[in-house]
Design a binder for this molecule. Structure first.
Ligand SMILES: [Zn+2]
Length: 342
């Protein structure tokens, strides 16, 4: 699908509804694009940006407290969450399945402080209820670490067999499993808020106004009530369960935070799954980034060869692996640990 697109010098490239700002490959660049589509395209818009991990992102020498226990998650349970979520079928905003999933998420957060950021979004397809779900795990330090991921699925594909196992399903599931990890434990560090973001997907065609409905609203709400100032870092997860896991280095994300993520991954021996490719990604972190919140998007936009499964009915459970959920879940936990020490 990528190689079939034409070059656009002004360069807004859309891969499904997560767009990559990039000059697009011309047909005559087909052969090169087959191998280097995204990195090559990214270079056109960002001549001074690296195609591999910048040396500034390489981790520092490991700290001396390497004896700290290495975090892990229950990846079998996380994978079961993905199966449960996928079993609802397509979960676009405004659908009964979306409502079922909202209830499913909240039902797994008993005993946790849960807040809603609910509103009605005006979209090119009409008005829809949107609900960001926030689970709060208080810490001893003043400040908040947000871990977020969207739970809605692609709207234009709502009447197909599309189930968004990776795109929508994996992010929902990893947050549910992280809730299990944080629940009932005293946090010696910043508060952690898990946010299931809603209406990430465009309803018609991705644009600044047709996308990220939930997070645009949440960032604004948090700016108005002063919450935004307290957020030390926002870690976003999206499409993180591909069995062939290659988390991209997002050139829009905050470099020091990505560096910390890579440091966490390296300590756990998972660095080979991170940042092999640098591309700019538009995703739920943008509204927060634009308001000054340090943010990092952990996303694998190489879902199947040339991202061929993304936003297609082929985004199904058989492409996913619990090991990938384990890798991302553990790296998130380790990143939180590193943030707590800063
Ligand atoms: Zn999507």
């Amino acid at each position: 699908m990528i190689v079939g697109m034409k070059c656009a010098p002004t360069g807004v490239k859309k891969i499904g509804q997560i767009k990559i700002l990039a000059g697009l490959c011309a047909a005559q660049m087909l052969a090169a694009c087959l191998i280097f589509t995204l990195t090559a395209c990214a270079r056109q818009n960002s001549p001074d940006t690296p195609q591999t991990v910048s040396s500034t992102l390489l981790p520092n020498a490991m700290n001396s407290d390497d004896s700290a226990p290495k975090p892990s998650i229950n990846s079998a349970r996380a994978m079961q969450y993905v199966r449960d979520v996928v079993a609802f079928g397509p979960r676009p905003i405004g659908s009964p399945n979306h409502k079922k999933l909202e209830n499913y998420i909240v039902s797994h957060l008993r005993g946790v402080t849960v807040e809603d950021d609910a509103f009605t979004a005006e979209t090119p397809e009409g008005r829809f209820p949107v609900r960001n779900i926030i689970a709060k795990f208080p810490g001893t330090r003043d400040g908040v670490i947000v871990i977020a991921g969207h739970y809605d699925t692609n709207y234009p594909l709502r009447n197909t067999a599309y189930v968004g196992a990776n795109d929508g399903g994996s992010s929902t599931a990893i947050l549910l499993e992280l809730a299990n990890q944080f629940r009932g434990k005293k946090r010696e560090g910043y508060s952690v808020w898990l946010v299931w973001t809603d209406a990430e997907e465009a309803v018609k065609q991705w644009s600044a106004t047709d996308s990220l409905y939930g997070t645009r609203h949440l960032a604004e709400s948090w700016q108005k009530d002063g919450t935004l100032k307290k957020i030390k870092a926002l870690l976003l997860t999206d499409m993180i369960a591909d069995a062939d896991l290659n988390i991209d280095q997002d050139m829009n994300s905050t470099p020091w935070l990505e560096k910390l993520v890579l440091q966490a991954a390296t300590r756990l021996g998972y660095q080979s799954h991170f940042f092999g490719r640098s591309i700019p990604v538009e995703d739920d972190h943008l509204p927060f980034l634009h308001m000054g919140v340090p943010s990092a998007d952990l996303i694998d936009l190489d879902y199947g060869y040339n991202n061929v499964f993304h936003h297609t009915p082929q985004d199904t459970l058989d492409k996913l692996s619990p090991k990938s959920l384990e890798i991302v879940g553990a790296v998130l936990m380790e990143t939180v640990r590193l943030l707590d020490k800063m």
